[in-house]
Design a protein around this ligand. Structure first.
Ligand code: NAD
Length: 331
């Protein structure tokens, strides 16, 4: 029996996280879930978007499955997601972007993994007004954080037998901050002579990715560019509803789908559960439950390829739970 923290989150979070836990249970892996709130759900209960109790639970279990949580735009409380990543030092955000046959996409054969630095850059939230009509945001890049995300990307490349690592930057303009990121990644790359290494300016990368995404394998980026690229890349394989992810550090791993709380469809039972279920696949692999993880992955692919019991965003008319049941039945 494993122990893990369960954070259903806000909006469609509870619906898709329920789908993920049902599939894990059906695969025969026994996890004792410690359910905790975050974001709006935590504000309502504790007037705190990131209660200490939730952090303690993740620290003790070292593994969490999390749904999306609400962050207001331009006002309100600080993003609980960003605070969580900083508090637990979840320094890497990893997103596998893989074509699933049958998902609505213009591309085939995409199989890449994005490693996004998760703790610094402009997302440290260090900003202030300068007088009434100007605002200043401070971008922090350190060698330590840049080298550790690069090391994680390269060691993953070796472990998973991948061929190439691409580093994206804008060091032609931000010569010091992005320059430091670039030289740090280059330094790590020099220790892995068997892995092909390339560097690309981030705007050029976006163009190349929408033309030939199959050319990329492992990508390593600072926080802001990584966030943008992850979202864009989700669009290449069928949208937010099908892409999982993990925020991971030395002490803990928090698995969560790429998508947000989807307030437009929340509570209707029509959200695509795939991203959350693929988070369960990643979580099980992390636990060493390889067979169960592969069984679930294959079943998800089968159900989407068949195209019958799928949700609206995948061209079907079935509910979150209908699709989940089809995945379970096919396992
Ligand atoms: P969103 O991902 O919630 O929604 C964008 C669009 O994609 C919507 O039309 C939505 O219906 C659709 N969509 C998203 N997930 C889907 C799914 N599983 N199935 C079917 N359709 C799906 O993005 P947003 O509207 O920009 O953000 C809404 C809220 O979510 C904001 O408060 C934002 O801060 C938060 N958010 C949280 C996280 C997180 O907790 N990790 C991530 C992104 C956004």
């Amino acid at each position: 029996m494993y122990k893990a923290t369960l954070i259903p989150g806000d909006g469609i979070g509870p619906e898709v996280i329920k789908a993920a836990t049902s599939v894990i249970e059906a695969a025969g892996v026994n996890i004792q879930w410690d359910e905790k709130p975050i974001g709006q759900a935590a504000m309502a209960k504790y007037n705190n978007p990131l209660p200490q109790d939730t952090i303690n639970s993740i620290e003790s279990n070292r593994i969490a499955l999390k749904g999306p949580s609400t962050t207001e735009i331009g006002k309100g409380f600080r993003s609980a997601n960003i605070s969580l990543r900083q508090r637990l030092n979840l320094y890497a955000n990893i997103r596998p972007i893989r074509t699933i046959e049958g998902a609505n996409t213009k591309f085939k054969d995409i199989d890449l993994v994005i490693f996004r630095e998760n703790t610094e850059d402009l997302y440290m939230g260090i900003e202030h007004m300068v007088g009434k009509d100007a605002a200043e945001s401070i971008k922090i890049i350190t060698r330590e954080a840049s080298e550790r995300i690069a090391s994680m990307a390269f060691s993953y490349a070796v472990k998973e037998k991948r061929r190439k690592v691409t580093c994206a930057h804008k060091a032609n303009v931000m010569k010091l901050s992005d320059g430091l990121f670039l030289s740090s990644v280059r330094n790590v790359a020099s220790k892995y002579p068997d892995i092909e290494y390339e560097e690309v300016i981030v705007d050029s990368l976006f163009m190349k990715m929408v033309m030939n995404p199959e050319n990329y394998d492992i990508l390593v980026l600072p926080n802001l560019y990584g966030d943008l690229l992850s979202e864009m890349s989700a669009g290449l394989v069928g949208g937010l509803g099908v892409v999982p992810g993990v925020n991971i550090g030395v002490e803990a791993a928090v698995f969560e789908p790429t998508h947000g709380t989807a307030p437009d469809i929340a509570g209707k039972g029509i959200a695509n559960p795939t991203a959350a279920i693929l988070c369960a696949v990643m979580l099980l692999k992390h636990l060493g439950e390889k067979a169960a993880s592969e069984r679930i992955y294959n079943s998800v692919c089968h159900v989407i390829k068949e195209g019958k019991y799928v949700t609206r965003d995948l061209g079907g008319s079935y509910s979150t739970m209908d699709m989940t049941k089809a995945i379970i039945d096919n396992m």
